[in-house]
Design a protein around this ligand. Structure first.
Ligand code: UD1
Length: 481
């Protein structure tokens, strides 16, 4: 009896693998020692082979770039593309009554403890060429504070200012989890209450050979996998019981940000307030693109439905279109700062219709013929899900334009555009402007860094330093824990 059960179970997996062009996995599985066989079998049984193979057939083979493509089935040329509507323009004056009301609403929501924050930090950060998780990168221009520290101190500032608790969810991946966890432990959670820092490790997806569509191996018994994209957050939250924990804490709103932009205003009350005022389920900050070719996702309407389309999927002639004033028609770049309604996000996570898969063409080391190969050219197709694909499913969305000089300078590349050097220069410029606005004199050549514990905006400095104070040496303005 037992033998029949085992062979039936084997048949199901064998059949699935054969049907989806992965017969080689079955062959390898048969040759493995029992323990390794069990481990691999479990892994293979969890994969949705039909979806992966379908996406590989439709998009994977054609994936020409190393950026993840959009799973839009129709060519963009056949769709009606329009600039995004439902947009709150940049705040230009402190007297703006709409913004003042939004601020008050957001502050009250924070004070009631209705907000949690999630930072996505599962990416491999290959473009930066930094071996450790990107969050450990020393970004403080003078202090050398890591991106993780910088973000945690922003959350501490909000906790103090609004007198509330804020769960901070750090989404990691296999690639970043252990090192990140250790880093937080070593730094005592950067002063946050340890019980309010929740680590969630996202899942992985198998990596396919770009020609054969077969899954690659990294050694004799391990298949090649890569993180399943920041859209993997939905599944990870479900599997790791995060929705329930959020419900238990009365959290209605999730403020989302990426690990790579220290200028991001975490828990920005105005942002949260607008989201609530307009009854939005997904609110996204957008920034004016500097050029048509800038590597930012575009927020636009596709057949009247708002969504983000990655830069690699926008044909040059579309990206370069100008409006009557001669400005870019599709100007709204995705800053990847979102506010989500938790109930809505959970409903997407638990629906039977998962977020679509995107593909990218990447170089992946692999095991074949008894040895490891390290290709220098793309040889594989990786799959990811993107969190911003929830946008088209939201009944109500909202977009807020930001001033990118003060809120958006991500760290992506070692040098040039989006490099740490540019980011640090932007941080110092911003801090100098805050000091100047507070009547403090800082000569042009003197760098001053302001810890997020001290200030998030110019007005925070007003009562801190007497007008006319002159700073003559590089310093970090911070506060004791
Ligand atoms: C991303 C956006 C782009 C936006 C830009 C703004 C995507 C696909 N594109 O581009 O629209 O204009 O940021 O800076 O996101 N991550 C995970 N798990 C993963 C993969 C990534 O947590 O499996 C995290 C990374 O750690 C990072 C963020 O997601 O915090 C963005 O990933 P990245 O690959 O750097 O996206 P970009 O191409 O820079």
């Amino acid at each position: 009896m037992a033998t029949v059960e085992i062979s039936l179970a084997s048949d199901v997996l064998e059949q699935t693998l054969l049907e989806h062009g992965q017969a080689h996995l079955w062959d390898v599985l048969q040759q493995l020692p029992e323990r390794a066989q069990r481990r691999l079998r479990l892994q293979l049984e969890q994969v949705d082979w039909a979806s992966l193979q379908q996406v590989f057939r439709e998009h994977g083979e054609g994936a020409a770039t190393d950026a993840f493509s959009s799973p839009v089935t129709d060519p963009l040329a056949t769709l009606v593309l329009q600039p995004v509507k439902n947009l709150i323009p940049q705040r230009t004056s402190a007297q703006d009554t709409g913004w003042q009301a939004a601020l008050r609403r957001g502050e009250a929501h924070l004070a009631q403890g209705r907000v949690a924050v999630v930072m996505v930090a599962g990416g491999q950060g290959t473009r930066l060429g930094y071996a450790a998780p990107k969050g450990m990168f020393p970004i403080g221009p003078i202090s050398g504070a890591s991106l993780y520290q910088w973000c945690c101190e922003q959350v501490r500032y909000r906790i103090r200012k609004h007198g509330c608790a804020i769960p901070y969810i750090i989404m990691t991946s296999d690639a970043t989890h252990d090192t990140t966890l250790k880093f937080f432990e070593e730094h005592d959670y950067f002063g946050l209450p340890a019980e309010d820092v929740w680590f969630v490790c996202q899942g992985t997806l198998p990596v396919f050979d770009h020609e054969t569509g077969e899954v690659l191996f990294t050694d004799r018994e391990t298949i090649a996998v890569s993180p399943d994209g920041h859209g993997g957050l939905l599944e990870a939250f479900t599997e790791q019981n995060i929705w329930q924990r959020l419900r238990e804490r009365g959290i209605a709103t999730l403020a989302y940000h990426q690990v790579d932009n220290p200028l991001t205003k975490i828990c920005d009350p105005g942002f949260i307030g607008w989201h609530l005022q307009r009854g939005s389920q997904v609110t996204t900050k957008v920034a004016r693109k500097r050029s048509a070719g800038e590597r930012m996702g575009l927020v636009l309407e596709v057949n009247q439905v708002p969504q983000v389309v990655e830069y690699s999927d926008i044909p040059e002639d579309v990206a370069g279109q100008l409006d009557a004033k001669g400005d870019l028609r599709f100007w709204a770049g995705n800053t990847a700062m979102h506010v989500f309604d938790v109930e809505f996000l959970e409903s997407v996570a638990t629906s039977t219709d998962p977020l679509p898969l995107h593909t990218a063409h990447k170089a992946t080391p692999y095991w074949a013929d008894g040895r490891c190969h390290t290709p220098t050219q793309p040889n594989s197709i990786k799959f990811e899900r993107f969190i911003f694909d929830v946008l088209p499913r939201a009944p109500q969305t909202l977009f807020i334009e930001i001033d990118r000089d003060t809120e958006f300078q991500p760290v992506k590349n070692r040098t040039g555009a989006d490099s740490p050097a540019l980011c640090q220069a932007a941080m110092l410029r911003l801090h100098r402007d805050w000091l100047t606005a507070a009547g403090v004199i800082v000569p042009e050549h003197v760098p001053v860094e302001i810890s997020p514990l001290v200030a998030q905006e110019a007005s925070d400095l007003k009562s801190l330093l007497p007008t006319g104070t002159t700073i003559l040496e590089p310093i970090v303005i911070t506060r004791n824990a």
